[in-house]
Ligand binder design. Structure first.
Ligand SMILES: Nc1ncnc2c1ncn2[C@@H]1O[C@H](COP(=O)(O)OP(=O)(O)O)[C@@H](O)[C@H]1O
Ligand SMILES: [Mg+2]
Length: 299
């Protein structure tokens, strides 16, 4: 098959692994840099041009790996590939939705998937009520578009929560307020879903003195044993988001597992190292099963 990896940095571990895995299974794969594409939207046949070359020929499948800062342009290019009839491992609409934590939680909640108690408000006049709604401090304040744990703050008292929420609001930052699952003790699960299967499960443990388990903040990854309920929950959550590849973050609470967030471009490095699963290969196999080989006029 002819595959394109639509991403930014060919030196990233995940991208190198995907290129390798596709070639190892006998496919042709091009690394297409998102920012080097420009598009002819009006053409009767949707075209994608490449800065260094000509019009890109069409691909059977696209593996999108769009970083959060490039969501808008990256999903625009992906839409163009979709218009050409390429199979997109994750679609542009699903990727766009997954970039907003509130929207994600609303979708999950609509499908009866457990999430921590979460509130959202526009006006600072509602801050006190919002704090009450999630059960009071300690609580979590979260930037809707934060990643790598950076936009996640723990407020220990109601007073602290109120000032943090109102400070974010005065900066026009979009935030959600969430109950703090303290019984998780800085541990969460990253379940890697491909298609309708959890192909790898990793437990992340936060660094000493930290409640956020993100690897970028010094968290460590370990192979995890998960329950059938957690497995079902991750697959259901990915399906609700219409993602074929997803990193589903789950936290274990006294009220059972809850989904924290879903990543549409989950990194491979930490999970492959912790679990020894060849995730890149699983992604390519999924494409083989689901993408149709196109007949091409221009080779
Ligand atoms: N409600 C919560 N209760 C306890 N810990 C949380 C909660 N929300 C997030 N965390 C911790 O913070 C980390 C980062 O939060 P997350 O929502 O995944 O944001 P990010 O996109 O920045 O990774 C999680 O992996 C988890 O360890
Ligand atoms: Mg996370």
């Amino acid at each position: 098959m002819r595959i394109a990896l639509l991403a930014t940095n060919p030196k990233l571990y995940s991208n190198k692994r995907l290129m390798e895995a596709a070639r190892a299974r006998g496919h042709e794969i091009d690394f297409v840099v998102i920012r080097d594409c420009y598009m002819d939207i009006t053409a009767s046949k949707p075209e994608i041009h490449y800065r260094e070359g000509d019009v890109l020929s069409t691909y059977d499948a696209i593996i999108p790996r769009i970083r959060p800062s490039q969501t808008y342009y990256g999903t625009s290019v992906l839409r163009q590939f979709l218009a050409q009839g390429s199979y997109c491992l994750n679609g542009p609409v699903a990727i766009g939705r997954s970039r907003d934590k509130l929207r994600t939680l609303q979708i999950l909640s609509g499908k009866d998937i457990n999430i921590p108690k979460t509130g959202f408000a526009d006006s600072p006049l509602d801050t006190k009520k919002l704090i009450k709604l999630v059960g009071g401090a300690p609580l979590i304040v979260k930037l809707l578009e934060g990643t790598q744990g950076i936009g996640v703050v723990l407020a220990e008292t109601n007073k602290a929560a109120e000032s943090v929420i109102n400070a974010f609001k005065s900066l026009k930052a979009q935030i959600l307020v969430q109950e703090f699952i303290k019984e998780s003790k800085g541990v969460d699960l990253r379940l890697f879903v491909v298609g309708d299967k959890v192909v790898a499960a990793m437990e992340r443990r936060a660094a000493e003195g930290e409640f956020r388990a993100n690897i970028h903040l010094g968290g460590t990854g370990h192979k995890a044993k998960i329950t059938a309920e957690e497995r079902r929950m991750a697959v259901k959550a990915a399906k609700a988001m219409e993602l074929r590849v997803a990193g589903v973050d789950i936290i274990r609470s006294d009220r059972g597992p809850m989904v924290l967030e879903i990543n549409s471009s989950p990194g491979l490095e930490g999970v492959e190292a912790a679990t020894k699963v060849d995730i890149a290969d699983a992604m390519i196999q999924h494409i083989e099963k689901h993408a149709k080989k196109k007949t091409r006029i221009n080779g």
